[in-house]
Design a protein around this ligand. Structure first.
Ligand code: FES
Ligand code: FE2
Length: 403
């Protein structure tokens, strides 16, 4: 009896009482203009939406903490403009798109995609060449995505090309998604995920969660080969980090799965169905603001004769789409969204315990920090080219079977 009383009164160790306030590494998560990461991000072309979703219907979009208007003019050129009309400030969200630009609803001033004011219809000479120029950002279409450059104009780099994405094979086309679940076959996933861009960026250099979260914990979300805990090597490459996950599959096959992260937020994961060879997709974790992000993806995929484009590689056919699952079903079989939303909008980095398996994340964050210092000191961060001839990026990713 006396023993039992002593046990219940033993002082518990490690309770949550009195825990210290924790903090984030804000230099990594804050992306607004003038912040170190915001300035680093702005030195790279960033994909912002799938090309098919940029139309003659203006839409509001937030990128890197900036609220902008995006549309496509009648010539097919994407436009990304500061929303407030330079006349008296109404939003171009209410504007109408024409062949050569967008016309403000209030007094009809018209602007082209490079911000030139083309018309001021209430003025004595409505079409006189106008000196007024509004604020805009350069855009391009590539791989089914609209890309924007939001950095200093004098440092605009060449639009990057990725060797795994071209040339297209016979009958292939690009299929891009700007909703975080689109590549998983769910058109109704959240377009913007409610957490920092760094969550998904960390995730791509984390081969171990594939064995746990995507396979042994939640059931096989990709393929059973991921049940094997890999031995992993991380390598720093020019402007990025790779991991090589080596698996002995136990059926006579051994393989190296090589994934690549490239500055500052590009992900190239090989086929998750473990088909051999080079990857057919690219992903991007693009900050919307400090606490939310957009996960974009583009892939090469064969077109069927009827013009439909079936997905290849990233579909999880045997799973109910994320947007149709109940909370309980998500608890039973959580995926990346649940794990990352669970880290909070901005993770508390001071309470992380990075261990051996997080080495790739350490390499990424160190590279990002070095690059922020380079930009601060007036230099160009790694991975940029300033001539189209040098703009091809060689991506080492792939599923390589060894025997
Ligand atoms: S506020 Fe846009 S034209 Fe007047
Ligand atoms: Fe994942």
């Amino acid at each position: 009896m006396a023993t039992a009383i002593r046990d219940t009164r033993a002082i518990p160790v490690g309770t949550a009482y009195g825990r210290l306030p924790q903090h984030s590494h804000e230099e990594l998560t804050m992306v607004g203009p003038g912040t170190p990461m915001g300035e680093l991000m702005r030195r790279y072309w960033q994909p912002v939406l799938a090309s098919r979703n940029v139309t003659n219907r203006p839409r509001e979009i937030r990128i890197l903490g900036e609220d902008l208007i995006i549309f496509r003019d009648g010539e097919g050129r994407p436009g990304l403009l500061y929303p407030r009309c330079m006349h008296r400030g109404t939003s171009l969200f209410w504007g109408h798109v024409e062949q050569d630009g967008i016309r403000c609803c209030y007094h009809g001033w018209k602007f082209d995609v490079e911000g030139n004011c083309l018309e001021q219809p209430c003025e004595p000479n409505p079409r006189a060449a106008r000196p007024e120029h509004r604020q805009w950002y350069p855009t391009r279409d590539l791989y089914g995505l609209v890309w924007a450059y939001m950095g200093p104009p004098e440092r605009i780099p060449a639009l990057p090309r990725f060797d795994c994405m071209e040339p297209l094979d016979e009958g292939e086309d690009y299929l891009a998604f700007d909703n975080s679940m689109g590549a998983h076959g769910d058109p109704n996933g959240p377009e913007v995920v409610p957490y920092s861009w760094l969550h998904m960026n960390d995730n791509v250099m984390d081969p171990f969660h594939v064995q746990v979260l995507h396979t042994t914990f939640s059931g096989t979300q990709f393929v059973r080969e991921f049940e094997v805990m890999p031995s992993v090597r991380f390598d720093e490459i020019e402007g990025g980090v790779t991991y090589t996950a080596h698996r002995d599959l136990g059926d006579g096959r051994t393989m190296d799965r090589v994934s690549t992260w490239m500055m500052p937020n590009v992900m190239c994961v090989p086929d998750v169905a473990m088909r051999p060879g080079r990857p057919n997709s690219l992903g991007f974790s693009v900050p919307v603001d400090d606490a939310s992000s957009r996960i974009l993806m583009t892939m090469r995929t064969p077109m069927t004769p009827d013009g439909k484009r079936p997905m290849r590689g990233l579909e999880i056919e045997h799973f109910k789409p994320w947007s149709q699952r109940t909370v309980e079903e998500k608890q039973d079989q959580p995926g990346d969204y649940e794990a990352q939303a669970g880290q909070g909008a901005i993770s508390l980095h001071s309470e992380e315990h990075l261990v051996t398996s997080d080495k790739g994340i350490g390499l990424q964050r160190r590279m990002l920090r070095r690059a922020m210092e380079t930009v601060r000191d007036g230099g160009d961060p790694p991975g940029l080219a300033f001539d189209d001839a040098d703009a091809e990026i060689r991506v080492p990713s792939g599923n390589f079977y060894l025997g």
